[in-house]
Write a protein that binds this ligand. Structure first.
Ligand SMILES: Cc1ncc(COP(=O)(O)O)c(C=O)c1O
Length: 402
């Protein structure tokens, strides 16, 4: 029997899973692990959303198969969000589809639009589904940088000039997971113009639309006039409303891509449990004070993380958005590499982080730190890290200047 499965061969063991397995084993052994590894929000969803879930779940007619593309009220709610937040008009019938989390939407859109051998441009480092969604679908990935500077556009130019067949899709996600880099509307304008010139579809992942720390809110690529001709954008309830386990997200934008995703989904799923969709409507249309409060809370955690880890001897650039800090390894320990460094942090400091190499080869030299524990735990992590760094001969700033 052939066990050399074509797709499985193309999926390397998940690097981050190695650290996750170590963390689980340490916890099972009774150790207190401060988990800054996974981007799993520790905050509760808004109470009125949970109430709506329970209310609808009590209805006897709410338990059958739901609508694969999402109930109409939820698609209208998401269109309303885009109108309010970005000034973007969407047709809830043709330009919005509800997904079982944005990850599912990204993967199934990749399946829908990719032929084996297609070339897809994706950032390195990136959130794994940005590349593996397409690899599973049989595409070849050509990496482009994640940092949205001049080098990014030079790399796009080279890609369309030298790749055969010509790239068909450009994937991007800002605020970036893992690097937390952000972009402005001028960047999106350039990208849309480029995509139109070179006939590329754009898939934009806006999972962190509401978690930004500057005064200027995160833009949507669909704010660029005409972007809908070439782009779809994914958003998620996971981070905005701390509903990661509910598996609720959206794709909106270009009607051809939305129709393609909707078609594939119609063969694969019956839509999310109706009470979840009804509760998602309550989240989007209801009071947004918890979203504002959580944004302030993540910003405060960001400040605590940067300050306390800095005092521990580990300089971490302050992220401007997302739930993550993208931290270069302390220079004295850079030779360990991100995987070994992450393992040592877990074993010797009781702190779980995600090794940068798990997000692509360009992620080597970094770890991703998720701000998903409270202030006290972040400070405790910094104290543990300080002890570990000292044991490795890395001095804190105070010791260095003394
Ligand atoms: C950039 C990015 N896209 C998508 C996702 C997945 O979101 P969802 O829970 O909606 O599938 C994540 C989750 O961490 C993410 O960071």
């Amino acid at each position: 029997m052939d066990t050399d499965f074509y797709r499985i061969k193309r999926l390397p063991p998940y690097v981050i899973a190695e650290v996750n397995a170590m963390r689980a084993a340490a916890r099972a052994a009774g150790e207190d692990i401060i988990d800054l590894g996974m981007g799993n929000p520790d905050l509760p969803p808004p109470p009125h959303v949970i109430e709506k879930l329970c209310e609808v779940a009590k209805k006897p007619d709410a338990h059958g198969y739901s609508a694969s593309k999402g109930i109409p009220g939820l698609r209208r709610a998401q269109a309303g969000y885009y109108a309010r937040r970005f000034g973007v008009e969407l047709d809830p019938e043709r330009e919005v589809v509800v997904t079982l989390g944005s990850k599912e939407g990204l993967a199934n859109l990749a399946q829908a639009i990719t032929a084996p051998g297609d070339v897809v441009l994706a950032p390195n480092p990136s959130y794994p589904i940005h590349t593996f969604g397409f690899i599973i679908a049989g595409a070849t990935i050509r990496s482009v940088p994640t940092t949205p500077d001049e080098r990014y556009f030079e790399s796009l130019e080279r890609a369309v000039k030298f790749t055969v067949p010509k790239p068909s899709v450009l994937v991007m996600g800002y605020p970036s997971n893992p690097t937390a880099e952000v972009v402005d509307l001028a960047f999106y304008e350039r990208v849309v113009a480029f995509a139109k010139e070179h006939e590329l579809w754009i898939l934009s992942d806006l999972a962190y639309s509401e978690i930004y720390f500057d005064d200027c809110p995160t833009p949507s690529i669909l704010q660029v006039p005409g972007a809908k001709d070439v782009a779809v954008e994914f958003t998620s309830m996971s981070k905005t409303y701390s509903m990661a386990g509910w598996r609720m997200g959206f794709a909106v934008g270009n009607p051809t891509l939305i129709a393609a995703l909707t078609r594939v989904k119609s063969y694969l799923d019956y839509g999310a449990f109706t009470p979840i969709q009804a509760a998602a409507v309550a989240a989007i249309n209801g009071p947004q004070d918890i979203v504002d409060a959580n944004r302030r809370l993540y910003k405060h955690r960001r400040d605590v993380l940067v300050e306390s880890f800095g005092r521990a001897g580990w300089e971490i650039p302050a992220p401007r958005a997302s739930m993550f800090a993208w931290a270069p390894l302390p220079p004295a320990l850079a030779h360990l590499g991100s995987l070994e460094f992450s393992k040592q942090l877990l074993t010797h400091a009781g702190v779980a982080v995600a090794p940068g190499v798990g997000y692509g080869e360009e992620g080597e030299g970094f770890v991703r730190i998720a701000m998903v524990e409270n202030e006290q735990r972040i400070r405790q992590a910094a104290r543990n890290v300080k002890r570990y760094l000292a044991s490795m001969g890395v001095n804190t700033p105070a010791q260095t200047s003394a």
